[in-house]
Design a protein around this ligand. Structure first.
Ligand SMILES: NC(=O)c1ccc[n+]([C@@H]2O[C@H](COP(=O)([O-])OP(=O)(O)OC[C@H]3O[C@@H](n4cnc5c(N)ncnc54)[C@H](OP(=O)(O)O)[C@@H]3O)[C@@H](O)[C@H]2O)c1
Length: 324
């Protein structure tokens, strides 16, 4: 099968499309013929690790995981003899954030892993493009008490995590203020944001308001800049560690005073969450935001584009439809 392979850490050019052996599913695994996958920021972070923690997990000097790709959709090609909940021919989608492997024509995944039948109202491309952003949005936003009014600000609302965050928070009835670029304002309004701030015109940290929760989905602000916008017991979360990993330390220190605080949740995928994402999508209240499509042989261009930090939503790799 064809896969995008790398044997060292480095720039996008180390990614090579080559023939590798087709994986064989174990007794409790499925073999999925991949129709679509994505290039996301996690793929990039593993290919060129900025953080020591990635090297501790994936190899200090060279990567243990040689085929990236955490989001996938496709068709079940074969199943191990202990698999009972899915069958050959099922159209599926999901996440593989521990073993990756979706930048390939075939992927194996445990039946107990983050895989479910694809939402009936989504194409393969749409289904591949939603799970990573939703996993992050879910990890950051799910614990809010939505039985009370929640006023949330989402910075970086046009990214993969941000577009998921806006829709997730609206699904649960929160009041959402979203911060994005001029070009993304109409999209973000369409996704349901109650108020949209153009960061090229207005510094949202000067646009004072009492928020219960500030979600910096692009990690470009800080707790100290946002603190004044929070209610007395308001919470700040960011997708980035922040300067000198301050968000980790502040997560430990800020609860002591009982006032405004920082949280730094660790997002992990689960089958339960994928089943919830399917339900959310099939409710008709969630849309996939796809910026661009690339083919497998365009992986270097796709990765470079993702690394600009300027994509709107998600970048899809069409493994089947535009096979080259
Ligand atoms: N904690 C985790 O486990 C985890 C996992 C994955 C990713 N991340 C991090 O999460 C962040 C977001 O990831 P993503 O995939 O959603 O990113 P992304 O898709 O690359 O999105 C970034 C978005 O933010 C917008 N943006 C850029 N500068 C901005 C600014 N100053 N203010 C507001 N918006 C701005 C960009 O649009 P314009 O340039 O058009 O404005 C773009 O749409 C990244 O920093 C990534 O490293 C964390």
């Amino acid at each position: 099968m064809r896969a995008i392979f790398h044997t060292q850490y480095g720039p996008p050019e180390i990614l090579k499309l080559k023939e590798v052996p087709k994986p064989v599913p174990a007794e409790d695994e499925l073999l999925v013929k991949v129709h679509a996958t994505t290039v996301n920021r996690t793929d990039c972070g593993f290919r060129k690790p900025d953080y020591l923690i990635i090297r501790l997990f994936n190899g200090m000097f060279s990567p243990k995981i040689k085929i990236m790709g955490s989001e996938f959709s496709g068709t079940v090609e074969s199943i191990g003899k202990k698999v009972s909940s899915l069958k050959v021919g099922d159209e599926v989608f999901g996440l593989s954030t521990k073993n990756f492997g979706a930048h390939a024509e075939y992927l194996t995944i445990a039946e107990s892993g983050s895989i479910a039948v694809k939402p009936s109202n989504f194409s393969f491309e749409e289904a591949a493009a939603v799970c990573d952003g939703l996993m992050l949005a879910n990890a950051y936003l799910k614990d809010l008490d939505y039985t009370k009014p929640q006023k949330i600000l989402i910075n970086g609302a046009s990214g993969s995590i941000g577009t998921a965050g806006v829709q997730f928070a609206k699904y649960f009835g929160a009041n959402v203020t979203a911060v994005c670029n001029t070009k993304s304002m109409d999209l973000i309004r369409m996704l349901g944001a109650d108020k949209v701030i153009d960061y090229t015109q207005t510094d949202f940290t000067q646009d004072g308001n009492d928020y219960d929760f500030i979600f910096d989905a692009v990690g470009k602000s800080s707790f100290f800049k946002c603190k004044k916008l929070l209610k007395p017991k308001g919470v700040y979360v960011s997708t980035e560690f922040g300067f000198l990993a301050q968000n980790v330390f502040l997560t430990l220190l800020t609860p002591i005073g009982g006032g405004k605080r920082v949280k730094f949740p660790i997002a992990t995928d689960s089958k339960e969450d994928i089943l919830f994402f399917k339900q959310l999508i099939e409710s008709g209240k969630y849309r996939a935001v796809i910026d661009r499509h690339f083919t497998m042989s365009e992986i270097v261009q796709a990765t470079k584009y993702v690394e600009t930090g300027e994509k709107t939503g998600n970048v899809v790799i069409d493994v089947v439809n535009r096979g080259d």
